[in-house]
Design a protein around this ligand. Structure first.
Ligand code: PLP
Ligand code: LYS
Length: 439
């Protein structure tokens, strides 16, 4: 197949925007062959396409003009990533002193940072106040009391996190918009209205607005529409009770993406139309000025920019004859299949396959039978130890949720752009693991 033909086959799929499959089986991202990166940096290896990240930042800013787009750093954060986000003009959502320290080290402007967390520690709050983050999203009455007791100048600006009672129909472990989970103040119980009362009752606190976040990997536009309307109704209730028109409404993130070709994927354009349309319509209905809307995409910015490269270590059959392809990574660099039953695809790179394909199970190297990366991968029948496999859509919640299970060091993250590679996070070595073992 010609290079153009192959490129057409990759277009519109789950690979990063600059991915290019060569006729010899080599896959390049950002103009750099993945096999060359595997040689230089070893495997497993996370590769991130800087251009893809930047394009998605711009697409969100274009779709939400004059609003605030805050990248959710929990998806993936390091200084390099924080700088791209800052340069593209986005804000940043952090949820720990650690994430804030990285943002700070990258020089991320404090006023564009939001601090989240259902159980912010004194260390988290102290770091947020000392850096002067633009907003703290309060999540419990105790936190309001603690913040009211601190003397900070200027006064901390707060958003009250509301649980709007809207189900985004996603995995239970990442559903946050409904009652009966740990985040936010319930709208239905009146806790949200009470939280607003308490913040407004404190001279030392400045209430900027309301926040909600329905959950993650949501592809149902109706859910965002319903949440926007309920949140505007609460803004109107605040105006009616207190005579205060709050200027900001943060509708959170959670925008779903296709992990495998053919799955649903939310485009920023239609998403913005629904969310902003619903918010504007509800404001008109309640005769409220339209607040500045904030959104907090994490996965939708960085997931598709990421590719993980693994090396095949062994190929064998299970007792039922099913082919098992074991790689040199697994649940320590990608816990998502074990946690959420997440499904991925994978492809052979670096050589042309001889013969046809077969369906195999791709398993990891960890000491758990559940360490399965892909249950139904289609790979060439001649896949053998030493081969390289590339897994797309690994930019979000992979490196950031990686562990040291079995005392395996976490993989490096290498950024690629315009034919050049630049390490962002180095591989964790055995020395790193031993250094923290102080017993
Ligand atoms: C408060 C908040 N905002 C934003 C996000 C980002 O979610 P996602 O990466 O699914 O866009 C999360 C994670 O679910 C979150 O908890
Ligand atoms: N970690 C989850 C998303 C949770 C987002 C954080 N609130 C995932 O990988 O899908």
């Amino acid at each position: 197949m010609t290079a153009t033909g192959v490129r057409a086959r990759l277009a519109g799929t789950v690979w990063p925007g600059t991915a290019h499959l060569r006729a010899d089986g080599e896959l390049t991202v950002g103009g750099v062959p993945l096999t060359e990166l595997a040689r230089r940096y070893g495997t497993p290896l996370h590769v991130v396409d800087e251009e893809d990240v930047r394009r998605r930042c711009r697409a969100f800013l274009r779709a939400f003009p004059d609003q605030e787009v805050a990248y959710a750093g929990k998806a993936f954060l390091c200084r390099g990533m924080a700088r791209w986000i800052a340069e593209e003009g986005l804000s940043l959502d952090v949820c720990s002193a650690g994430e804030l320290a990285v943002a700070r080290a990258a020089g991320f402007p404090a006023e564009r940072i939001l601090m989240h967390g259902n159980a912010k520690t004194p260390g988290d709050l102290g770091a947020a106040l000392s850096y002067g983050v633009g907003r703290i999203v309060v999540d419990s009455f105790g936190e309001i009391t603690r913040l009211a007791a601190t003397v900070a100048s200027p006064r901390p600006r707060l958003l009250v996190r509301v649980t709007p009672g809207v189900d985004g129909h996603t995995h239970a472990a990442v559903t946050t918009g409904t009652d009966g989970q740990k985040f936010g103040f319930s709208l239905s119980s009146g806790a949200a209205a009470e939280a607003v009362r308490r913040v407004l009752g404190q001279r030392g606190l400045d209430l900027a607005g309301l926040h909600c976040h329905l959950g993650s990997q949501i592809t149902d536009l109706d859910a965002f529409d319903r949440a926007a309307r309920r949140m505007v109704a609460l803004l109107a209730a605040v105006r009616d009770e207190h005579g205060v028109t709050l200027p900001q409404l943060d509708l959170g993130g959670g925008f779903g993406i296709a992990y495998r070709a053919g799955e649903p994927d939310l485009d920023p354009g239609p998403l913005a139309e629904r969310m902003l349309g619903a918010a504007r319509a509800a404001c008109a209905e309640h005769r409220l000025p339209v607040p500045r809307i904030t959104i907090e995409p994490g996965r939708a910015i960085v997931a598709r920019a990421g590719v993980t490269v693994y090396r095949v270590v062994s190929v064998k059959r299970d007792a039922a004859g099913g082919p098992l392809v074991a790689v040199d990574g697994g649940m320590s660099d990608n816990p998502r299949p074990s946690l959420y039953g997440a499904r991925y695809s994978v492809r052979l790179i670096g050589r042309r396959a001889a013969g046809g394909d077969r369906v195999v199970t791709v398993v990891g190297r960890h000491c758990e039978a559940g360490d399965v990366l892909v249950r139904d991968a289609t790979l060439p029948a001649d896949v053998r130890p030493g081969d390289l496999l590339a897994m797309p859509c690994t930019g979000a919640y992979h490196h950031s949720m990686a562990s040291n299970y079995n005392l395996v060091g976490r993989p490096p993250v290498v950024a690629v752009r315009a034919g050049a590679a630049r390490p962002l996070v180095r591989r964790e070595t055995e020395e790193d693991l031993l250094r923290r073992d102080v017993g």
